[in-house]
Design a protein around this ligand. Structure first.
Ligand code: ADP
Ligand code: MG
Length: 320
């Protein structure tokens, strides 16, 4: 199949808000809504590193978009457009069919248009999606705005996706937890709803503790995380018991939930905004000035291995 034929067959779709010029020219031309600032994010998925090689092509396509939507969500932005840089060993019709269906399914949920990309042959499958969105000036959420005394919240039920990945690798792809890995729900509506209310945000890709530490470091503060407050799903508890569920929730990656902090004064407005978009948020701790993340159990300090998934770690570690 010729490269242009491939693009036309699988990736060229007309329309999209603000798309002056989409796929087919040397570049896309996009109209940003008046007075808005541009947000740009990009995430790469490498076969065998970021997803199991035998994951359904539709799930791979969906995840490639969802992980980027999650970054836009963590900025409090509105996703609009994406580009796709796709490298693969061969043009396999069945794979491309599934992949593009999953990609457009995730994009359609948020009215995101694919406006360009690049298609190349290479020794392994590497998928980079760049997402562009917008936010009103001064409204974006960052990692750096948390202050001592702020409440720490998490959306959804962390740990499900990491446990789901293990089930997937054992062949249980239809398990409800495996579904959470295959089709992560980017918290786009929540990010937008709390923009201007929450003090800081980060999405959980590498693990709740690891990502919370990044937020705290960027903000120059610390926090106490109350282990018993973690919202563990019934499915996770049933699958692996309380101790293992806790380990998944604290250190497992791939959830794409949001970690949010909010001042005591803005907490009521925050909860109202979160409630309005139908996403459960749970208070799991409090920020302080001690510049470290401590985990307590019923008020007493407890030790856990906080390392999330780190690329380049150890011999033969994977490249991000
Ligand atoms: P150029 O040679 O100018 O880089 P290409 O031949 O790479 O152009 O691409 C032709 C058109 O198809 C461009 O508009 C490009 O953005 C688009 N395109 C290429 N690959 C993809 C893809 N995987 N998904 C979406 N659009 C793509
Ligand atoms: Mg090109």
């Amino acid at each position: 199949m010729h490269e242009f034929e491939l693009i036309e067959r699988y990736f060229q779709r007309s329309g999209g808000q603000g798309v002056v010029l989409g796929i087919g020219d040397d570049g896309a031309v996009l109209d940003l809504p008046a007075g808005q600032q541009l947000i740009a994010v990009v995430d790469t998925l490498v076969a065998g590193v970021h997803y199991p090689r035998d994951l359904d092509a539709a799930d791979i396509g969906y995840r490639a978009v969802a992980v980027n939507l999650s970054d836009i969500a963590a900025m409090g932005g509105v996703p609009c457009w994406m580009t796709l840089a796709l490298t693969m060993p061969a043009a396999n019709d069945a794979w491309l069919n599934g992949f593009s269906a999953g990609l457009f399914a995730a994009a359609a949920e948020f009215d995101v248009a694919l406006v360009g990309g690049d298609t190349t042959a290479g020794s392994d499958t590497v998928i980079s999606v760049q997402l562009l969105g917008h936010v009103a000036p001064g409204q974006c959420l960052t990692r750096a705005g948390c202050r001592p005394g702020d409440r720490v919240y998490v959306s959804g039920t962390p740990g499900d996706a990491a446990a789901g990945l293990e089930l997937l690798q054992r062949g249980q792809k239809d398990h409800v937890l495996a579904q959470r890995f295959r089709r992560p729900a980017a918290r786009v509506a929540l990010g937008q709803a709390v923009a201007g209310i929450a003090s800081a945000a980060i999405d959980v890709s590498d693990g709740l503790c690891a990502d919370l530490q990044r937020l705290l470091q960027a903000s120059g503060c610390g926090a106490t995380l109350e282990q018993e407050c973690l919202p563990l799903s019934a499915a996770l508890l049933e699958q692996c018991g309380a101790a293992e569920a806790l380990r998944f929730a604290l250190t497992g990656g791939d959830d794409y939930e949001l970690l949010l902090t909010v001042s005591a004064a803005a907490e009521a407005a925050f909860l109202k905004a979160a409630n309005s978009c139908g996403v459960k948020v749970t208070r799991i701790g409090t920020a302080d000035s001690r510049r470290e993340l401590r985990v307590t159990r019923d008020g007493r300090p407890t030790r856990i291995d906080m390392a999330g998934y780190r690329h380049f770690d150890g011999p033969g570690g994977a490249a991000e």
